[in-house]
Design a protein. Structure first.
Length: 398
């Protein structure tokens, strides 16, 4: 490995550069040019270590971010990921990553490059959530490229390690807590919703009192509803493309008790439920998987409006327009979690955080605490300490 100065004349003008002359791990001679000796020396020292450790990748042996992204998508497709997940990755690559750094060689992706990439996304009006997702996808692209020997460093992972836990705590502080009347329906609102009749009432009743995800409800089979044991078994789900498959995690497979209202509602609904080969509890009119948007637009929103759970918005001409207050079914899932936490729903005892985690199908207790921790009743620590002191002194007095 050598560093030498090279001089030449172009159109009568003398020019010079610093050349790093070395042999890579494959025995191929490589030349790399720098304007400054300082940069050439730094590269030579770094390349020397990488070649000896067998991890060096020459610029000529690497690919662009766009090319690496294509290889990554092929790996994701072959790994059996859901179609909806693959579609999200394709969007991250096509809409956010390629336009910003698609032509950049992988060897040029450093921590400052990633920060600049995030800044560009921010300037283009991407949301913080989208910037985070696009960065995670970029990190996955680099990891896949590392496995293929196309790049040595994963700048995204390096940046995450540098930021450490402090950044994640800061992000959590920015995230607003779920609030009743804003993210979670109030008790009065739920009572009003339950009182509205209609084709989608069985679906909404089940969503309210089981906390099941929309995909789990859309894929629920009558075979997994046990009326005699008052239980619903969550064993499958329907994705956005109507493909029936397993829940996303092992924790998603669970058993949820049915309340009397759910039992009576589903027994009545079973008589009118459209029949189909999939034996679904909540199919469309032909017995097939129902579109998620149909449930929202034809079921949830009209029901909320009839129940008076609305907000008033003004359009451009000044005419008031009444809209449903909660836009998605996840608000009902939030309500179920809060109800389990605070309503003494389990034999007169409030559910423990672990029991709530099981009911919700969360893959970890941390998810439950991060989402609903502030809803758990706060212990009266002052009274607890006072009681402990009384017991201690009573023992000493004897």
């Amino acid at each position: 490995m050598s560093v030498r100065k090279r001089k030449w004349i172009t159109k009568g003008v003398e020019k010079e550069a610093w050349i790093v002359d070395y042999v890579d791990g494959k025995g191929t001679r490589r030349l790399k040019t720098f304007e400054r000796k300082k940069d050439a020396d730094a590269f030579a020292s770094k390349a020397d270590v990488e070649v000896r450790e067998g991890v060096h990748v020459a610029d000529g042996e690497t690919v662009t971010v766009k090319e690496a992204g294509s290889l990554w998508l092929k790996s994701c497709t072959n790994s059996g990921l859901e179609r909806s997940t693959i579609d999200q990755y394709k969007q991250h690559l096509a809409l956010h990553i390629e336009p910003m750094i698609g032509a950049t060689k992988l060897s040029k992706i450093t921590v400052p490059t990633v920060r600049e990439f995030q800044d560009k996304l921010r300037q283009e009006g991407r949301s913080p959530a989208m910037i985070k997702r696009a960065t995670v996808s970029l990190g996955s692209i680099l990891s896949d490229a590392q496995d293929r020997g196309l790049v040595v460093r994963n700048a995204v992972h390096e940046m995450s390690k540098r930021r450490g836990k402090g950044a994640s705590k800061a992000e959590k502080r920015k995230k607003a807590r779920l609030r009743y009347g804003v993210d979670i329906p109030t008790m009065d609102e739920v009572r009003a919703i339950v009182g509205v009749s209609g084709r989608y009432r069985p679906f909404l009743i089940t969503a309210i009192f089981t906390g099941m995800r929309a995909s789990e409800l859309r894929g629920l089979s009558w075979a997994d509803v046990e009326f005699d044991k008052a239980q619903i078994h969550v064993r499958q789900r329907a994705d956005k493309y109507h493909v029936i498959g397993m829940p996303k995690s092992d924790a998603g497979q669970r058993t949820i008790p049915m309340t009397p209202m759910v039992i009576n509602t589903l027994k009545e609904w079973r008589l009118a439920c459209p029949k189909g080969e999939l034996n679904l509890v909540f199919p469309n009119g032909e017995g097939n998987v129902e579109w998620h948007q149909n449930i929202i637009k034809r079921g949830l929103w009209p029901t909320l409006i009839k129940a008076g759970v609305t907000v008033e918005e003004k359009v451009e001409d000044g005419e008031p327009v009444v809209k449903a207050k909660y836009s998605g079914l996840h608000s009902l899932r939030h309500w179920f979690a809060s109800w389990c936490i605070n309503s003494r729903a389990d034999g007169g005892l409030e559910l423990s955080p672990k029991a709530v985690q099981a009911r919700m199908g969360h893959s970890s207790i941390q998810i439950t605490f991060d989402t609903y921790g502030h809803l758990f009743p706060a212990a009266d620590e002052a009274q607890a300490l006072a009681d402990a002191e009384t017991r201690l002194l009573a023992v000493n007095a004897t």
